[in-house]
Ligand binder design. Sequence first.
Ligand code: FE
Length: 257
Amino acid sequence: MKINNLVDLHCHILPAIDDGSPSLEASLELAQQAVADGIRYILATPHHMDRHYLNHASDVEAAVDVFQTELDANQIPLTVFPGQEVHLNGQLMENIDDLLGMDTSGNYLLLELPHEMVPSYLDEMIFQLSCEGITPVIAHPERNAQIIAEPQRLYRLVEQGVLAQVTATSLVGTFGEQVQRTAKEFVKCGLVQVVASDAHTLKNRGFAMTKAYDVLNKMNSEYPERFATNARDLLNGEQIEMGRILVPKKQKKFWLF
Ligand code: FE
């Protein structure tokens, strides 16, 4: 099945700004791939405040303007919006003015956790963000080692009001069976509300959105429409309709190392 005019809310498509696309040429190539995969709107989310990259809000906005001009000049039918993949850190609140939301109203923030664990101050950070009217959207929880081992942690986070984004290639199986099973379990339990590509130019880190929507469709024919609508609502800063959430089961085959 093919859904058109998809919204992709997590992507490293801007040239030479993080570990995503290395050049304008590569970015235009990525954009062509996105369009071929049914994507029409894309949120550019370069890494921000992780150990390697600082991509200030104003710099991302300027880079998006330049890139959009190139897309238009090359007649690639893709609209890009400025965003950031913000790494969880203790200085978030002091830097709140330098954070870009997933929507222009700044209601949603794409938040990346460390890959190995969930820091103990996350709950406090969620509370502080919520006081500013910001809902964190946790990026790819299905790839976090501690959440894989203790999936009920994601349940508790969603109970507190956060949302979560599953990565398309996780659903498709690119990161292996355990990540795939965890991703599907989170979908079934209502703990992830949007699917996004997290595309880089690296091999096996492409878009895979159509394939991911196929996986969703096989799980439940109502999922594709729901996920597509959620992504649009999120980009527009609107409230997402939350269904019932369930406590996820831990997937077998767990190794910590
Ligand atoms: Fe990412």
